[in-house]
Design a protein around this ligand. Structure first.
Ligand code: FES
Ligand code: FES
Length: 78
């Protein structure tokens, strides 16, 4: 499997309302941290994020987290 594109070397802190979101796994989206369909034709697929209660989340921007879609600190090693 090839590596995703690093969208940024830090997480995206976003306030989310309850609902379903799709985190960009490939790094190509122009609407980071969310999928905009740019992964099509590649080997990565977006990851579903279900938010039950409105809250702030930190979604991985480097795309190298082991706990996707959430930042796990891996970006600190880049
Ligand atoms: Fe990717 Fe933190 S931004 S692990
Ligand atoms: Fe990156 Fe869809 S654009 S996963």
């Amino acid at each position: 499997m090839s590596e995703p594109i690093i969208a940024q070397t830090a997480p995206y802190g976003v306030e989310l309302e309850p609902g379903t979101y799709w985190w960009c796994r490939c790094g190509k989206s122009a609407k980071q941290p969310f999928c905009d369909g740019s992964h099509k034709g590649g080997e990565f697929s977006p990851v579903k994020v279900e938010i039950a209660d409105a809250r702030k989340v930190f979604l991985c921007g480097c795309k190298l987290t082991k706990k996707g879609p959430f930042c796990d600190g891996t970006h600190n090693k880049l």
